[in-house]
Design a binder for this molecule. Structure first.
Ligand SMILES: NC(=O)c1ccc[n+]([C@@H]2O[C@H](COP(=O)([O-])OP(=O)(O)OC[C@H]3O[C@@H](n4cnc5c(N)ncnc54)[C@H](O)[C@@H]3O)[C@@H](O)[C@H]2O)c1
Ligand SMILES: O=c1ccn([C@@H]2O[C@H](COP(=O)(O)OP(=O)(O)O[C@H]3O[C@H](CO)[C@@H](O)[C@H](O)[C@H]3O)[C@@H](O)[C@H]2O)c(=O)[nH]1
Length: 463
């Protein structure tokens, strides 16, 4: 059997590497339009940082795992074609700011229709609005070379930072489709390492909608506890104690109740906005409003964090040096898409703070480009003033101690493990006084820091 995957990103790369590792008899060919990305997949420095990924790729690459830009060839040879391209929020035209941009999906479907012969199974791996498979089927059925297709939905539930564990031992694999034979063929691939009872099959539309719904529920939990964190700060309740108290109720459960500076990542916001757009499309105004509130609350949480920094530093951060620890949207990834850090830094820059940023895995170019795009207007134009703000007020350094030297405050925005064990005595000596710490992840020992002399503010703690 031959598998092709279109899209060598955070999903296509790790997912296909795992299939290739677990199924040595299947030839897996991952293709992408981006030659730099493909070159990186073929090198010793993979394009994404993910614990355990290097080993999996090293085992299968060259044996039954290939990365290339030969999209047509890979499609033509494959029995199963996964589509794992990006489906970002649309930034133009109808549905701008909400709907998913399906341009890349449609281009893949047209290309598959053009170069395929015989019978192929086409698998939606990307996260898509419910009923996208209908459009894909229409496009594929226009193929004029006699090719036939089954379309399946097989959404991916991996989380970044734990992708390899999630792929090795998933809570479930979901396959939606109309043809039992096609569903069975794909299920056989996963059954090489996933227990049968964890492979669920549903109709196409339930599968597509389950992915959006799963992300909406997860993000809703984070926004719910973050909403409570604001109330904790006003009432001397402690959000971590509240989380623990409610999470021990087996009906609620303990996961995804960690209050934070706000959720980030390429998926939660995009997928909820997509759900909101779908609800509006179907005339379900109240349902749309209900889910939109999850994103509104998240924006509030990020804004609130930056405002608290300004307020508690005597109402001005202008010309003050703030060390930013962490820029990725969570630990153990180099992904910065929609990271809360971007928006906190943007707001601080607008207050004319000087930022010294350190993240163990994020490159300087990525940080600068994220900040410039956060400061740009809707059309993507960056004013000279904003460009100047970033050029003069942002420094990126390669360790936390250098970031903290002479700073007035530290804002911890990503929960990297190395930040837990920093020598804060040493850091305190090098900082301006009073020395402030804003813990956006609630991972630091507040008592110990206070003993050293820090003024510490954490999420959902009223000091
Ligand atoms: N990132 C995650 O953790 C995650 C998890 C589950 C689901 N998803 C979903 O999976 C999809 C992919 O996400 P991602 O994070 O891997 O995106 P990504 O941007 O990292 O990767 C997508 C890749 O597709 C390539 N591409 C786009 N159009 C192409 C075409 N016509 N031919 C060949 N290559 C093309 C791009 O060059 C890019 O490298 C999205 O729908 C996302 O919502 C993402
Ligand atoms: O209790 C929590 C849990 C998460 N977060 C934040 O929420 C964001 C998302 O975290 P997580 O869900 O762990 O990472 P993602 O890689 O975005 O994974 C989500 O999005 C993927 C893409 O659709 C799905 O496949 C996954 O199942 C889903 O967890 C991050 O900023 C986290 O810091 C919190 O603030 N508190």
């Amino acid at each position: 059997m031959k598998i092709c995957c279109i899209g060598a990103g955070y999903v296509g790369g790790p997912t296909m590497a795992m299939i290739a590792k677990q199924c040595p008899e299947i030839a897996v060919h991952v293709v992408d339009l981006n030659p730099q990305r493909i070159a990186a997949w073929n090198s010793d420095t993979l394009p994404i940082y993910e614990p355990g990924l290097d080993e999996v790729v090293r085992e299968a690459r060259g044996r039954n795992l290939t990365f290339s830009t030969n999209v047509d060839e890979a499609i033509a040879e494959a029995d199963i074609i996964f589509i794992a391209v990006n489906t970002p929020t649309k930034h133009f035209g109808i549905g701008a700011g909400r709907a998913a941009n399906l341009e890349f999906i449609e281009k893949c479907a047209r290309q598959i229709a053009k170069v395929s012969e015989g019978h192929k199974i086409v698998v939606e791996k990307s996260t898509l609005p419910v009923r996208t498979a209908e459009a894909i089927k229409r496009i594929l059925s226009s193929a004029d070379n006699g090719a036939t297709f089954d379309v399946l939905s097989n959404p991916e539930f991996l989380a970044e930072g734990t992708a390899i564990d999630d792929l090795l031992d998933p809570d479930r694999v979901l396959i939606g489709g109309e043809s039992p034979k096609a569903v069975q063929t794909l299920a056989e691939v996963y059954a090489q390492w996933v227990p049968r009872e964890k492979i669920l099959s549903t109709n196409l539309w339930s599968s597509e909608l389950s992915k959006l719904t799963a992300n909406a529920f997860l993000a809703q939990r984070v926004s719910s506890i973050n909403a409570i964190s604001a109330l904790c700060e006003a009432t001397e309740a402690d959000v971590d104690e509240v989380s623990k108290a409610i999470g021990t109720d087996s009906r609620i459960g303990p996961k995804f109740l960690k209050a934070s500076v706000g959720f980030g990542g390429s998926c939660f916001q995009k997928d909820i906005l997509n759900l909101v757009y779908l609800c509006e499309h179907f005339g379900l105004r109240e349902v749309a409003d209900y889910w939109e509130q999850v994103v509104i609350m998240n924006d509030y949480q990020k804004r609130r964090f930056a405002e608290r920094i300004c307020r508690t530093m005597f109402n001005t951060v202008s010309d003050k040096k703030i060390a930013i620890l962490g820029f990725a949207f969570k630990k153990d990834t180099n992904d910065t898409r929609e990271s809360a850090a971007i928006y906190v830094c943007r707001d601080l820059l607008r207050e004319r703070a000087r930022l010294v940023i350190y993240d163990p895995k994020v490159e300087k170019e990525t940080i600068v480009s994220e900040l410039l795009s956060a400061l740009s207007d809707l059309s993507g134009t960056i004013s000279d003033l904003d460009r100047e703000l970033v050029e003069s007020n942002v420094t990126v350094v390669d360790n936390a101690y250098d970031a903290a030297i002479h700073s007035h405050a530290i804002a911890l925005l990503t929960e990297w493990d190395e930040f837990r064990t920093l020598d804060f005595e040493r850091i305190y000596q090098t900082m301006q006084k009073p020395a402030f710490i804003y813990d956006g992840r609630n991972i630091l020992d507040r008592q110990a820091l206070r003993k050293i002399g820090f003024e510490i503010f954490a999420i959902g703690k009223s000091n």
